[in-house]
Design a protein around this ligand. Structure first.
Ligand code: ZN
Ligand code: ZN
Ligand code: FE
Length: 755
């Protein structure tokens, strides 16, 4: 029997070869009709034999193109039409713009083969791509994703490319970013007012310059990288100096996985992540004591593999010159500033860092940094969710008004809630720099333009002096809502897992503004999107000098001693440089010494007590170094106790500090102290969680906050809690650090509007 169906598909179905896939599938099953992109997905009309139609739909659902993600298919039977064959119709820019765009993906195996095939017309062409690979989000002006709405609009197709683009049998059929050496973008090299125009010569000259200790700024997929030879100590040192980045680790790019394996341990699962089309930077354990100035004092290296054709050509050239092929590839910016995307902007902003510039004329419209992940128990944990992952939407199961969330202050992201999609932005960064703050404001404008969406509510953090808060409060004609930091962390995890009932949350964090104006960060909360109560928290200690103490962590160490001993602070070898009198005055007279229950700061303070370091060069440096001393086989614990004040449990840590001081005096190894400290935290937090479980009769536990980037602590807490019949939820698609806040804020915002 002949039937005709109308199908509407939502999800990531544009710019991923979905129409040609539908076209070829229709031909396979001898169906007539058409397919087209619309503002909210893909529409199909298909007509033919009923069983063929059914097979068509089954295959459509079960075997879509690699980058596609089908969220919903609606199907209805319609009247038969007279027609011949199957056609692809042009897109209509309808008013509804609810479709999704795929992230930028690494070059696919087919394109890679062509890239190095001397007989192919795209041999060594740095912008080769197809429907299954290449740039997407970074080149889009607005949806729907059609060439005319992208940065490729300024490159009219040559006859050969046009033929491929129009041929449904070609693997570049409607590849919107299609290009070749004749019609597409070009690369060139600039240095000292000189210009190497020829693309191949520019790339080989770049490689020579890198091997000659130069710092080269390379325009990539989502922004500029600064590249230097990772084996060249002097060059790396110069990069640190010029970039004003003293000790923060640099990311490395190696030509292949075997090279990485020489320097780092890689599990099968980590290998899969390195090779995935998202191509994130993966944190790996260092094998030998190498690359000392790449990640000073750290036992991990962040490695990634080439992902753009240009990277592959660079490594090909390096190999030709007999070089091992490991480059530092750090984002093209000054420390803490936003990544550069524009040629002129980069030449200006990076002029005191880079010696030469490998440029191209394909515009980057949305800056997207490299993503950073680590793996734990065969799961990916995001530290920075950007290229390859953004703008994949997170499905939210509660419909309501559109909401825009402004995120936090550090590791800022924003999140637009449109229909049932949460669209989280790329990593924006630390808003304290004017430059990043401008980028934040531009991203807010851009996300609304790309998705053609005006929010009904702006959500911001409760902290009155976060720049994101100030921004939100300055906006006229839009409602705003303040959300407590750790409530947002809790809700972010709930939203990702589509939870709708109250949970118990353990949020271990750096800092977040509390309801009582203190700085929270070691919290056990009970709540849902609408409300929460504070069930327990780490005992408060002072931060003498506030922000100052976050850099001078010996101040935190002193404060912990004060907590444990009062004004009779004991003398310790590790604390000899500290101005005891000054800090004592500050704490006792409460001069710029806010109280905090921050778990992150507790780690910093213990690191300083142990003498690991007294000052840090980047956030959590002390904490990370303390963690590295953890040793699985040490079975030591310190004391803690829970004090109940009305309905609130305070986790008292004075006893633990005294024991740590005794250990330091007895020259107990830092390995032992660090391990006992970790073990104790696991005990005390599990204890609190189980109390909450009993008290509230809730068995869903949410874990989040930046401290969960501590792999040992995370693993230990999971192990401990898994022994009880609890349901554990933690971030999987989003990050546990503050870049995950915007999602939680957005969903809390939507609930607040629903009344
Ligand atoms: Zn491809
Ligand atoms: Zn062409
Ligand atoms: Fe936080």
């Amino acid at each position: 029997m002949i039937k005709r169906f109308f199908l509407h598909i939502n999800g990531i179905v544009q710019g991923v070869g979905f129409r040609p896939f539908v076209y070829n599938l229709a031909l396979k099953y001898s169906l007539s009709g058409w397919v087209k992109n619309t503002g909210d997905g893909v529409q199909i009309e298909v007509q033919g034999d009923n069983s063929n139609l059914n097979n068509f739909i089954i295959e459509l659902e079960n075997n879509p193109p690699p980058l596609a993600q089908i969220d919903q298919i609606s199907k209805s039977e319609i009247h038969l039409k007279k027609e011949n064959g199957f056609e692809i119709h042009f897109s209509t820019d309808s008013d509804k713009k609810d479709t999704l765009t795929a992230p930028d993906m690494s070059i696919c195996p087919d394109c890679l083969k062509e890239l190095f095939d001397p007989n192919n017309r795209r041999y060594l062409y740095p912008f080769i791509n197809c429907t299954h690979c290449g740039p997407r989000y970074t080149i889009i002006h607005h949806i729907p994703y059609d060439r005319k709405n992208t940065a490729m609009n300024s490159f009219p197709l040559c006859d050969n490319c046009l033929q491929e683009y129009q041929n449904p049998k070609d693997r570049r059929f409607h590849a919107e970013a299609i290009a070749c050496p004749n019609c597409g973008p070009k690369v060139w090299l600039e240095y000292e007012n000189k210009k190497v125009e020829n693309s191949n010569m520019a790339i080989s000259e770049t490689v020579k310059r890198i091997l000659n200790s130069e710092i080269v700024a390379i325009k990539g997929v989502g922004g500029f990288h600064l590249a230097v030879d990772a084996m060249n100590l002097e060059a790396v040192h110069r990069l640190r100096k010029r970039k004003q980045r003293l000790e923060k680790p640099f990311a490395l790019m190696a030509g292949d996985i075997n090279t990485i394996e020489e320097f780092a341990f890689i599990s099968e699962f980590e290998k899969q992540q390195l090779l995935s089309p998202e191509r994130p930077i993966v944190l790996l354990k260092k094998k030998v004591n190498c690359f000392k100035n790449i990640a000073p004092n750290l036992d991990q290296l962040g490695f990634m593999l080439p992902y753009s054709p240009l990277h592959y050509i660079l490594f090909h050239e390096l190999k030709k010159l007999g070089h091992r092929g490991i480059l530092v590839m750090t984002s093209g910016n000054l420390s803490d500033e936003a990544i550069c995307i524009d040629n002129e902007e980069a030449m200006d902003r990076l002029k005191n860092i880079a010696d030469s510039f490998l440029l191209n004329n394909r515009d980057i419209l949305i800056p997207v940094d490299d993503s950073v992940v680590f793996t734990i128990n065969k799961e990916v944990q995001h530290i920075r969710r950007s290229r390859g992952f953004v703008p994949k939407a997170i499905n939210i199961n509660i419909k309501g008004p559109n909401v825009l969330a402004c995120g936090g202050e550090l590791k800022n992201t924003i999140c637009l809630l449109k229909n049932n999609y949460a669209l989280m932005s790329q990593h924006i960064g630390d808003l304290a720099s004017i430059d990043t703050f401008n980028y934040f404001k531009q991203s807010i404008k851009q996300i609304q333009e790309v998705y053609d969406c005006q929010p009904d509510l702006l959500v911001h953090d409760l902290h009155p002096s976060y720049l994101s808060t100030k921004y939100a409060l300055e906006q006229k004609d839009i409602k705003t809502l303040a959300v407590q930091h750790h409530h947002a962390h809790l809700s972010s995890v709930m939203a990702e897992h589509n939870l709708n009932e109250p949970v118990i949350a353990l949020i271990l964090d750096g800092t977040g503004y509390g309801l009582d104006h203190a700085i929270w960060g070691g919290e056990c909360l009970v709540g849902d999107y609408r409300n929460f109560i504070r069930f327990a928290h780490l005992e408060n200690f002072h931060l003498p000098g506030s922000e100052q103490s976050i850099l001078n962590i010996e101040r935190i160490a002193y404060s912990l001693l004060y907590l444990a001993y009062g004004e009779n602070v004991p003398t310790l070898k590790t604390m000899e440089q500290v101005n005891h009198n000054l800090l004592l005055q500050m704490i006792q007279k409460n001069i710029n010494s806010p109280l905090t229950s921050s778990c992150g700061r507790l780690f910093d303070g213990i690191a300083a007590l142990c003498g690991i370091r007294s000052q840090v060069n980047f956030e959590a440096q002390g904490a990370i170094e303390l963690t590295q001393y953890y040793q699985k086989d040490i079975n030591k614990f310190y004391n803690y106790n829970l004090q109940k004040n009305n309905d609130l449990y305070i986790i008292k840590i004075g006893g633990m500090i005294q024991e740590i001081v005794a250990d330091i005096r007895n020259n107990v190894s830092i390995h032992t102290i660090s391990t006992a400290f970790h073990n104790t935290l696991v005990e005390m937090f599990s204890d609190v969680l189980l109390k909450a479980v009993n008290c509230c009769s809730i068995n869903k536990i949410v874990l989040s906050g930046g401290v969960f980037q501590n792999e040992h602590l995370f693993k230990l807490i999971l192990e401990k809690l898994k022994k009880h019949s609890l349901k554990l939820y933690y971030p999987k698609q989003v990050s546990c650090n503050d870049s995950g806040l915007s999602l939680g804020q957005a969903v809390i915002g939507r609930y607040s509007l629903l009344g």
